[in-house]
Design a protein around this ligand. Structure first.
Ligand code: 5GP
Ligand code: ZN
Length: 129
């Protein structure tokens, strides 16, 4: 059977990187980033345009577009990301607290379509986006 190379990749179909995804390229090392934490399935790096003293992006290594694209099988991965947030906040000395934001879809202000959790903190007033 012939394999059609031009067949578009299904969104959120597997753990492989998406060729045209900025954050997949960061995971792959094609685009540099300041990494803060890395595990088998999660990467955390500094936002290139920080909107707070501390502004980290927590992403799954699996290409998931956004919250609307989560599958039941992503439950454990999402749980791991949630549990990581207070750990990262502690490491960043955000003892007073921190803000987390997930923008979903264009209407939700999402600009990079690879699921990410913003972790924001510091003494200055925090933004909402
Ligand atoms: P969104 O608006 O999709 O929720 O957030 C995307 C975030 O990715 C923005 O805060 C933006 O500053 C950040 N960002 C965009 N391009 C890059 C990049 O090349 N490297 C890093 N580290 N962050 C990026
Ligand atoms: Zn991606």
């Amino acid at each position: 059977m012939l394999f059609n190379k031009k067949m578009p990749k299904k969104a959120n179909c597997d753990d492989k990187m998406m060729d045209d995804c900025l954050f997949c390229k960061i995971i792959d090392g094609q685009i540099p980033s300041t990494k803060v934490y890395e595990s088998q399935d999660i990467l955390v790096f500094k936002d290139i345009t920080p909107k707070a003293e501390v502004h980290l992006l927590v992403i799954p290594k699996k290409h998931i577009i956004g919250l609307n694209d989560l599958l039941p099988e992503d439950q454990q991965l999402m749980g791991k990301m949630m549990l990581l947030l207070p750990q990262l906040a502690k490491e960043q000395n955000l003892d007073d607290g921190f803000r987390t934001i997930i923008n979903t879809g264009k209407g939700g202000g999402q600009e990079v379509f690879h699921l990410h959790i913003h972790l924001l903190g510091g003494s200055k007033p925090l933004p909402f986006a």
